[in-house]
Structures are given as C-alpha cells and as structure tokens.
Design a protein around this ligand. Structure first.
Ligand code: SAM
Ligand code: SF4
Length: 367
C-alpha cells in the first residue's frame, strides 16, 4: 500500500530570521501569510483518482492526529500572535471527524469574528449542515467534478453523487453560503461537461471554480499533457459563455474570477445580464505564488509553507513537549521564513529530473 509520507524526519536547519523581521508569518520574499489551512484528518470516504489511490492510504494513528484542544490552541496562536485573519478547515475529509462540531464551536467561541470556512466532499453534509452553521461555521466549499452519476463514480470511485447533491443543497439552505464548488477537470472524462456544470451552478447561485490538476496524486499519475489547462478551460466555456475579468480585487485569492454572460449564438458578443461568476485556479500554468498568503498545518501538526514544500516543521511535537505559546509562534515563523519563492511547476518540465513530486499527496497535506 502506498505510504502517504516519508522523509519528513527531523526539522530542517533554519537560517535565522534577521533581527527586526516584522511580526507575523513573514517570508524571505516579503509575503505575509494570513490565510490558514488546517487539516482535521488524513482520512477520506472517497477515492478521487487525482488525489488518492483506489485502496486508500495508510491512515495516521489516532494519537498522531491533533486533538480538538491542540487544534484550538494552534489556531489561537495563529490568530492572536501571528496575524492569521481567516481559517479554512480541510482534510482528508473533515466531515469524517467525530468531534467536528465541538472543534468548530470551540474555535468560534475563541474567535467570534474569524471567518471559518470548510472544504468538503459533502458526503453526509445533508444531515450535518444545520449543526455546522449553529456551531459557528461561516461558509462551505464543496468539491463536485461531475453531475453525471457514471462520471462522478468513475472519478471518485464511489457511487455517492446523490449524497453530494443533497449536501450542497442542505449547506445552502442552512445559510452556509456563498457556496463555492471546486471542480478538477480530467481530460476525456469530465472536461466536456464544464459548460453544463457552470450552467447548473449559475442557476442555483453557487460559485464554481475550476482547479487545474496538480501533481499531488498519490498514484503519481499526473502528466502535463493530460492536465486540462486554464486556457483550455476558458476555451471550453466560451462555446456558451463570454467571460470578462471580475472588477473586484483578487487580493491574493487563488482563483482568478470572471463575470459570466451568455454568448449570443453565432457571435463573439455577450447577450443579457451578468449571470454570476466563475473562478479558475491556474496553479500550474498561471501560478500566483508571488501573492500567496497561505500557511498550512497538516492533520499531525506539521507546518507546510507551500503545497509543494519538501520541508516540514513539527509544531505538534513541540507543543506536546510543553513549549510555550511564544516558542510555538517562533517555530511557525521560522517555518514560514523558508517558504519557497515559487513552486516551479510552471517552468520546469515535470518529466525532468529536477522536479520532484512531494511525498505527500493532496489528502495528506490538506488542500
Ligand atoms: N475532501 C475534501 C474535498 O475533496 O473537498 C477536502 C480535501 S481535498 C484534498 C481539497 C481540494 O483539493 C478539493 O477541492 C480537491 O478537488 C482538491 N484536489 C485534490 N487533489 C488535487 C490535485 N491533484 N490537483 C488539484 N486539486 C486537487
Ligand atoms: Fe477525498 Fe477530497 Fe481527496 Fe477526493 S479530493 S479523495 S474527497 S480528500
């Protein structure tokens, strides 16, 4: 069975941050991380082909994963000492965590104003959405790659489309909007479906975002040739729609947003009003590293400054050794100081020996 991680080992040697470095999670290139992605678990009940192998991964032992109390303390350090301004809970699949409501309630109690969102596959969300809202969750992102049962099952290796659709509707009804949908397009599988997926989302007032597939699958099956690029996605959508740049400031967001209007048949022009927006997350072909504001904590409490980081810093281990808040904050700052300038996928041929896919796949990092 494939291993989700290896080689994290002991913490890398840290070049010291110069005296007088501004407070917060600064890096060597002047970026400041304020957006925290925290993974609640490495487990998942789907097996998306671009993320997990069919047989799953070897899950972390329960005691290796951050407890609710540890999560709350780490978030408090991020927010109160290091300038974190928004929190996204992710995984693996966050809904499989039994104490999810307790975690969200405790986070909300500690941070009444903090935007707390969650990325989920929505399996089981229909029964949990109202409780999540009541516990203090602000908003939800749902992964939905296809509206066709057969295609959905092929992509996720589970026949759960109905459950996901019920979950999306329940999230909306519970007030967890704006609901954002994430779709990864796979060539020859669901790419042709992109305009109808957009039509479905626009009809319901959901904001769809297409994500370029990244080389973060546990099977290491990614190829540049097979990846559906942002340019191709715009082309696919342009058959039915005219996209124009959303005038709102992108503000370091991974998605480039477009306003969507219907295309006049047989013409390049748009007709009618703006129907909504669509986002394209072009991590590979149009990377946004220079504006990145993200800091990541894996389910076992490792700091990752970038999805493609090959260096990890053990925050949970230090916490369990009895470190003070100040010591934990300093380790976090040291880790972020080393954030790479860019992930390098855009200009390095991935078949070349100098691009090394990270040991962790997406579910083991927290996407
Ligand atoms: N299980 C939840 C879900 O699927 O929404 C949360 C975790 S999942 C790892 C977070 C996001 O990562 C999902 O939107 C998923 O589509 C995306 N993702 C996973 N593997 C990816 C890959 N290789 N390239 C691009 N996005 C990926
Ligand atoms: Fe699970 Fe999300 Fe990965 Fe799909 S993308 S296998 S739902 S963690």
């Amino acid at each position: 069975m494939p291993q989700p991680r290896e080689g994290a080992g002991s913490d890398p040697v840290v070049p010291s941050r110069p005296a007088g470095t501004p407070a917060g999670l600064m890096d060597r290139y002047g970026r400041r991380a304020t957006d925290m992605r925290l993974s609640l678990t490495d487990k998942c009940n789907l097996r998306c082909t671009y993320c997990m192998p069919a047989e799953g991964l070897e899950w972390l032992a329960k005691q290796a994963v951050m407890s609710a109390e540890e999560i709350v303390r780490i978030v408090r350090i991020g927010v109160d000492l290091l300038g974190v301004r928004e929190l996204r809970l992710t995984g693996g699949e966050p809904l499989v965590r039994a104490d999810l409501l307790d975690i969200i309630s405790a986070l909300r109690k500690a941070h009444p104003q903090l935007p707390i969102s969650m990325t989920t596959n929505a399996v089981g969300l229909d029964k949990k959405a109202a409780g999540l809202k009541a516990a203090g969750l602000s908003r939800i992102n749902v992964s939905l790659d296809s509206l066709h049962e057969e295609t959905f099952t092929k992509l996720t290796r589970r026949p759960f489309l109905d459950k996901v659709l019920a979950g999306v509707d329940a999230a909306w009804a519970a007030g967890l909007g704006p609901v954002k949908l994430n779709a990864v397009l796979m060539r020859g599988i669901n790419d042709a479906e992109s305009p109808s997926l957009l039509a479905w989302a626009l009809d319901r007032g959901y904001e769809l975002r297409f994500i370029e597939q990244m080389p973060l699958d546990a099977d290491h099956g990614w190829t540049r040739r097979n990846m559906v690029t942002a340019a191709e996605i715009r082309e696919l959508l342009s058959v039915d729609y005219v996209l124009s740049a959303d005038p709102r400031d992108r503000d370091g967001a991974p998605a480039e947003r477009f306003e969507v209007r219907r295309r006049t048949p047989g013409s390049a022009d748009a007709t009618g009003p703006v129907l909504g927006t669509v986002g394209i997350i072009a991590s590979v072909t149009e990377p946004f590293c220079s504006d990145c504001k993200r800091t990541r904590i894996t389910a076992e409490g490792k700091i990752m400054s970038c999805l493609f980081s090959r260096e990890e810093f053990d925050l949970l281990g230090l916490l369990r050794e009895g470190a003070t808040d100040q010591q934990l904050a300093e380790r976090w700052q040291d880790a972020m100081w080393l954030k790479p300038k860019a992930h390098g996928m855009d200009h390095v041929g991935l078949d070349a020996p100098d691009f090394v896919q990270p040991d962790r796949s997406m579910s083991a990092i927290g996407g």
